[in-house]
Design a protein around this ligand. Structure first.
Ligand SMILES: *[C@@H]1O[C@H](CO)[C@@H](O)[C@H](O)[C@H]1NC(C)=O
Ligand SMILES: *[C@@H]1O[C@H](CO)[C@@H](O)[C@H](O)[C@H]1NC(C)=O
Ligand SMILES: *[C@@H]1O[C@H](CO)[C@@H](O)[C@H](O)[C@H]1NC(C)=O
Ligand SMILES: [Zn+2]
Length: 489
């Protein structure tokens, strides 16, 4: 059976040129409904953002809005990208203008093509870095920066950013307007209720526990070490979306999944980015209620560098997907609903593939029951207990409750809490009105000292494959519950 979205590659047509950026805390109602309905680009740290056409800019200028900002945009061929704090450290996340100065300095230093360690940043054949092709500041709010980024620079945008800042690229297509009632992401109430009902009817199932207990921390660590290049037999130095070695990683994952009887298709999205992989298990029934469990296979290094081994971010989430696939395959598990393992790319440049994919699903009217994103599962501060953190705000709460309840049943060793860490691919699903949440390694701030650093390897203090395994038991059981699992054929 073929699911349409896996076989068609959507090409996003350029939309009418955006004349201005319009940013407001409350969604406009009443005035110029057409302008706002066709220009919405999402919700970023408390603010709604729109890219208005020329006519709509004039209309907006003639209307009174409370605490809205309108900024004219200049050049074509540029993308608007929101950049905000990843909440890496409690103290480094408020001064957005200081953040812009840092980015501007890094961008300027790119003009001299040598980095401090003597490495060439980008080969000049690929990138003619010149002043008119650097990111520029469009608007700074208290919670984030809005940058104008040449499309050709987008695939390496992360290299301009200090570790505590991370980008979310505006989707190239307009999104549905945020709903004024119900949950803030505009997710249909029945989708949330469905997850609540599953949570209400949860009972410990010894068969699920038995399958979960076969997940091996040792195998997870071996897979992570392949993805980072720490293993002798690995030819991967970096999984940056713009680095050629990410293709080796994709080929390896696809081969591993094939050996488990699960086929993967490359998913091509925006120009300049490596494709990602979508690996699906189809049911015998014709259900199209998708369950999507995901991680990002790409990674990010120290700023200025394309060396991104990413043992934790997000080698941990990627290896955890392989571990679950292995448990499913070894126990001949089948599902009532299609289950997709998604390995995203372009996450580090602003959720680029997941936004493209969620848009495709929306356009093709695919019904998604849940997207569960695993991003950074492996680090805990020495002395801290094993943990599982759910998003403080960037989630469908009903989805997070379900995961928390399942964690108590199948991984009682995990201390479940919340994190304000921002942002990962599940946000793309939420912005398109699909139920989603994320699992993360630590309650509170991001504590990993190798976060967004070229030294993110597995052989270091605090990196713990046991914690990745415990979280994998929880996400596996969640997929079993939501996708309707059956044991054996
Ligand atoms: C899975 O199926 C294979 C072949 O049909 C069989 O040999 C194997 O014993 C089954 N494994 C389990 C755990 O049921
Ligand atoms: C989309 O799917 C829903 C059911 O999931 C159906 O009611 C609706 O008519 C479909 N819309 C389109 C445009 O196909
Ligand atoms: C379990 O789910 C319910 C809602 O269905 C929620 O109130 C409760 O807090 C959840 N348990 C945990 C440990 O989060
Ligand atoms: Zn990540």
């Amino acid at each position: 059976m073929l699911i349409p979205f896996l076989t068609s590659l959507l090409s996003i047509l350029p939309t009418a040129r955006a004349d201005s950026l319009f940013v407001t805390p409350s969604a406009p109602s009443g005035a110029h409904p057409h302008c706002f309905a066709t220009s919405y680009r999402g919700h970023y740290a408390g603010l709604h953002a729109y890219l208005l056409s020329e006519d709509c800019t004039s209309a907006a200028l003639n209307t009174r809005f409370e605490s809205a900002t309108l900024v004219r945009l200049g050049t074509e061929g540029r993308r608007i990208v929101w950049v905000g704090a990843s909440n890496a450290l409690p103290s480094t996340h408020r001064d957005m203008l200081a953040a812009w100065e840092t980015i501007d300095n890094i961008a300027s230093s790119l003009l001299s093509s040598q980095h401090e360690d003597g490495q060439t940043l980008f080969s000049t054949e690929s990138f003619q870095v010149s002043l008119d092709r650097l990111p520029t500041l469009v608007h700074a709010s208290e919670s984030g920066l809005y940058l104008s980024v040449p499309s050709s620079i987008l695939p390496v945008l992360d290299t301009f950013l200090p570790a505590h800042l991370r980008p979310v690229a505006f989707p190239p297509h307009p999104l549905a307007l945020p709903s004024t009632s119900g949950n803030r992401w505009g997710i249909p109430a029945e989708k949330a209720e469905h997850l609540t009902n599953i949570a209400k009817n949860l009972r410990f199932d010894p068969k699920i526990a038995a399958i979960a207990s076969t997940i091996s921390a040792k195998e997870i660590l071996e897979d992570v070490r392949y993805l980072t290049g720490e293993r002798e037999d690995s030819d991967i130095e970096s999984r940056h979306s713009f680095h050629p070695d990410i293709i080796n990683a994709l080929i390896w994952v696809r081969r591993e999944m094939r050996a488990l009887g699960i086929d993967c298709s490359p998913y091509r999205h925006e120009e300049g980015f490596a494709p990602g992989l979508l690996c699906s298990i189809y049911p015998e029934s014709d259900s199209e209620e998708q369950v999507i469990i995901s991680a990002h296979i790409d990674s990010r290094g120290t700023f200025g560098s394309l060396r991104a081994p990413g043992a934790n971010d997000d080698g941990s989430g990627s290896a955890h997907l392989l571990a679950i696939a292995r448990a499913i395959s070894q126990h001949n598990v089948t599902f009532e609903h299609p289950v997709t393992f998604a390995f995203f790319t372009g996450e580090e440049q602003g959720l680029v593939m997941s936004n493209h994919f969620a848009h495709t699903l929306k356009k093709e009217n695919v019904s998604v029951q849940l997207n569960l994103q695993a991003d950074m599962l492996g680090y805990r501060l020495p002395g801290e207990p094993l943990q599982l953190a759910l998003p403080a705000t960037i989630d469908l709460p009903e989805a997070s409750y379900l995961v928390a309840n399942i964690s108590q049943l199948y991984a009682p060793e995990l201390v479940v809490g919340r994190t304000a860490a921002c942002c990962s691919d599940h946000q793309s699903f939420l912005q398109h009105g699909f139920p989603a949440t994320q699992v993360f390694e630590r309650n509170g701030w991001i504590a990993d000292p190798m976060y967004h650093n070229s030294g993110d390897l597995s052989d270091r203090e605090g990196y713990d494959a046991e914690q990745i395994k415990s979280i994998a038991k929880v996400t596996m059981a969640t997929v079993f519950e939501v996708a309707g699992w059956r044991h054996g054929k």
